[in-house]
Design a protein around this ligand. Structure first.
Ligand code: UDP
Length: 242
């Protein structure tokens, strides 16, 4: 399957996209770069659901490593972190004139609505950006897996995995200047070669439901618009022949 102009997409933004390289918390300059691209794409008529991560605030596995906080507790803390990120994105998008809703898989009704599939679909049809918070709402999962799940149930044509590098490489481009960036890969290659695209649960779910994934660099201004328009940037992962 080749690239196309997409009309409903699931965009996955990691928590680290909201702060500086190697940083922590929120960096408004970084959030604005992403939000302005999202607003422009939404205002061009593309329906956008966004799954936001929480790695800039809490990573459950790391926090639980201390041995004092149980893994499940740390994961719930991580999910609450994604709610804060979603709120930051929502206000920034609305500041830019783009109406936005936050829908959370964990009930946090004082600040956002609960995730209800049909309601989210309705928001998308009306042109609202929907930021999906709290992952799948259960510990021991990741927001990448959530992105594959939501892309499937919200009938998105593609899962756009926003990263800080240009795509999927055969080795770390920061360590190896000769690292090769793949144009296209199959789900099977990603799993067999253990390529670090998303976690394996997410890749398996995308494969099972035939959701194409495009890994691309969100730090290049305008890239979200380019990838949605079907320009051949980043790495396309699907079930087709390479
Ligand atoms: N998390 C979880 N269940 C989910 C999604 C996330 O328990 O469905 C927790 C988990 O602790 C994870 C943290 O939230 O480490 C932040 O999410 P993630 O690591 O996926 O964020 P990202 O790496 O995309 O910033």
């Amino acid at each position: 399957m080749a690239r196309q102009r997409y009309t409903r997409v699931l965009l996955k933004i990691s928590g680290e996209g909201l702060c500086r390289e190697g940083g922590f918390g929120f960096e408004m300059d970084e959030i604005k770069v992403i939000a302005s691209q999202i607003a422009a794409v939404a205002q061009s008529g593309v329906q956008l659901a966004i799954v936001v991560g929480g790695g800039n605030l809490v990573r459950g596995e790391r926090l639980a490593g201390s041995g004092c906080i149980q893994r499940a507790t740390a994961d719930y803390m991580g999910m609450l972190g994604t709610v804060m990120n979603a709120m930051a994105l929502q206000d920034t998008l609305e500041h830019l004139g783009q109406p936005t809703r936050v829908a959370s898989a964990l009930p946090v009704t004082a600040v956002c609505e609960p995730f209800i599939r049909r309601k989210v679909m309705h928001h998308l049809e009306k042109g609202l950006v929907v930021v999906l918070a709290a992952g799948v709402g259960s510990p021991f999962f990741t927001t990448d897996t959530c992105a594959a799940l939501r892309a499937t149930e919200l009938n998105c044509q593609v899962l756009l995995k926003a990263t800080k590098v240009d795509g999927v490489y055969d080795s770390d481009p920061k360590k190896n200047p000769k690292a090769r960036c793949f144009e296209q890969l199959t789900y099977r290659q990603v799993i067999t070669d253990n390529l670090r695209v998303m976690d394996m649960t997410a890749i398996s779910m995308a494969e099972e439901n035939n959701v194409p994934i495009i890994v691309f660099n969100m730090k290049t201004p305008g890239n979200i618009g380019r990838v949605v328009a079907g320009e051949p940037i980043g790495t396309l992962v699907n079930g087709g022949a390479v």
